[in-house]
Ligand binder design. Sequence first.
Ligand code: GDP
Ligand code: IMO
Ligand code: MG
Length: 429
Amino acid sequence: MGVDVLLGLQWGDEGKGKVVDVLTPAYDVVARFQGGPNAGHTIEFEGKKFVLHTIPSGIFNPDCINLIGNGVIIDPSILLKEIKTLEASGVSVVKNLYVSRKAHLILPSHRLIDAASESSKGLQKIGSTLKGIGPTYTDKTARNGLRVGDVFGSDFLEKYNALKNKHLQLVSQFGFDYSEHLIDGLRFESYEQLWFDSLELLKKLNHVDSEYFINDLLQSGKNILAEGAQGSLLDVDFGSYPYVTSSNTTIAGVCSGLGIAPGKIGKVYGIFKAYCTRVGSGPFPTELHDADGANMREIGHEFGSTTGRPRRCGWLDIPALQYAIMLNGVTDLIMMKADVLDGFQKIRVALAYEFEGKQFNYLPFDSTEGKLLPVYTDIEGWKCNVTELKEKDGLPSELEKYIQFIEKEVKTPVTIVSTGPDRTQIVYR
Ligand code: GDP
Ligand code: IMO
Ligand code: MG
């Protein structure tokens, strides 16, 4: 028995939250291993919709243990807001939620650095979610960070102030005037107050040495699912650097973010949309600027779950998908949002890229925006509504052909197809 993993194969927002929620009944534990509140994982059922940023998506099953691992970074004010929203809707959170003592804290001043850094970059900005992700992981690797376990130390305030002062110096070096800058609608000082108030509640959560906690659960025969955030093409090592996030979103992040040995990894579920989206800056070879792209955005409601920004949309990119499958050792593919293409007469798939007259099917070191031209093949659309299909129903033959085409190209089976945002809109193959 091992730890199964579910992670995104594109640029995030593939629908990880929905599928984790669907798979949760088969697991005793769901664990987040990296990222922070840059994530926005949407779960819909019984006419209700929830967006989770830090809490694992197993939280809606009252029998499931939910672990925030050491590789995750936590903003106490965002986490507490999330807990309150869920509990106000009758979802019991605190009992089943466990937080690693080694998880790093996002300070209010990390968020200022994120904003200052982005504004200094002008057109070259990353398009960060402004949640302080880059600066917090920077402090982690620079060995300056503060961790959840530190909040109980008698010198916590001293350490906090020392780090904050360093941050404020950096912010002023950027020439960034934060006096009018709002963080989640609040000026810095007010946000800092909210952050400290939230910290008091964070102190009351279940804190664990998560590497022991999870290995003990595994040893005792529990089924564990690790839930990825972002997507493989945003990985700090393998994504389109520098337009990436600051963590390993790929399978390696499970080992370092939870303390799971590689040999204990079981199934690897790789999630991809039937097309592609990206939010923020960076290369996106199959991006569409035409009516097809606009239709994908409108039908798929492609607006960021965390920031509300419109997502860039485009056709499925097979070389990029193959790359992500290779990096993660994907055993099972899950295709999301098939329904969004219901009305399309023709579906295009990129099989290779062209650059300076040459064709190739790998992601080159330099994939500067606009440089790679996709080489497409066309596939017939299914032109019917798949949103009403039931779990065991067969798929329309043209959709089945589209999936078989993808499976042949990437040599990995597609075992689940999602046909709408609701928990029930799922077909198993
Ligand atoms: P995540 O970050 O990977 O969890 O994905 P997000 O929640 O950010 O974005 C996925 C969006 O698509 C959410 O609004 C989901 O409710 C929605 N969604 C998930 N699966 C499907 C699907 O099969 N069809 C449609 N139309 N929407 C879906
Ligand atoms: P989920 O888990 C989509 C993108 C940002 C930006 C880049 C760096 O919901 O799939 P950061 O704030 O991490 O420094 O931003 O990464 N990004 C995401 N895009 N889904 C996400 O998470 C993302 N998390 C970060 O838009 O381009
Ligand atoms: Mg998301």
